[in-house]
Design a binder for this molecule. Sequence first.
Ligand code: FRU
Length: 452
Amino acid sequence: MITDSKWNPKFHVFPQNGGWANDPNGLCQINGLYHVFYQYRPDAADGSGRVFWGHSVSEDLLHWEFKGAPIAPDTDLDKNGAYSGSALVENGVMKLFYTGNVKLPGDYDYTTAGRLSNTILVESRDGGATFTPKKAVMTNADYPADISCHIRDPKVWKEDGKYYMVLGARTKADKGEVILFSSNDTEHWKTEKVLTTKDPFGYMWECPDLFMLGGRKFLSLCPQGVKADGILYNNIYQSGYFTVDNGQLQDFTEWDRGFDFYAPQSFVDEQGRRLFIGWMGMSDSPFPNPSTKVGWQHMLTLPRVLETYEKDGKTKIAQRLLPEIGLLHGAAEEIKVGTDSRPYSCFHAEIENAGGDFSVRFGDMELHYSQAQGRMALLFTNWGNSIGAGRSGRRAIVGDVHKLDIVIDVSSAEIFVNDGEEVFTTRIYPESALPLHTYGKGLSGRIYELNV
Ligand code: FRU
């Protein structure tokens, strides 16, 4: 365990023994127990070194036990990284699919040549402790001919007795695509179709996820190479979803409006909920994470519950705050507008707005809502005791705001607007517990201390 615990979260998955974590992988629940795997680089907090799958388990999605790194990049199929993938559970058997990244020695650009992207299958009958030998169920020769060496991140599911897989890809002409495959046995796969936009929307699509929700089909993915457009697409890489209508991708919507959210994955738990976990970080992000100095970097989000809702005649996805958070609720403090609360490191603020503008401040992190503009801003002023480590401002049009949930776990902030119709996720680095300050005549609510 990292000994300087100043920024260790209490109820989120993070690389607790040091190193770097990125994408959530292999999400599933077996006999009540939740399994979260993730991209884990134990050698260094800066992300250099070998890429494993780390593994954590939990009974309630809040208390996590680290089980080590059961998938290592230790064969010719995956020697430059056990890259992202997903889980399929049948009769208690966990099948994990992932991308074995191999860089051939030589003078290659590793985009059009020199990289193998093997789709690997391993099975576990003991809840992810041991696995069968690695088997490549697809190699570069099995992918469409116009795809570059960048094709990865298998998401697998079963539908009507058949298995399906999506892979994210970059074409040789630098267009982002998702390739859909099918199989009768999880080992032999055939290309079904390509899902993409008419005009290019970025050069590479990572971490795809295709699912039904509320009777509609959605394709979640992470496009790279999409330019900022006003208050949209302000991060270096994007993460969002399309609605899929007759194979057509429509209305790309960003999952999150904060600074640190990427590579999410969903799964259906034993209660039938579609849960959703993201990486609270991003490759090549311009924002530093001071926890690197104490030996670790990045964490995963709290699981969120996906549900559809209707807005402006369109079906959208809300990310509801995990109801289990109530298990951690400790003493509640009523919000007194215009004053500081007690100082906290871990809390859930449940705030109602009867109408009008408001602002909420935690350190130099400020949320500003303007009712006239229907606009919410997440701002770090970066003056004095800044907790944003260089993060600046992000904005979203949110319409009327009647509810705000803020969950702080030491060095993370997850802000749910109107029960998750919009979410802002960001890392924060406070030096100590801080008070919450609210301002706005329509505000009321309470702050629960969160006890783990
Ligand atoms: C997304 C990603 C994936 C890849 C993994 C490697 O963050 O680039 O496409 O599989 O990270 O760690």
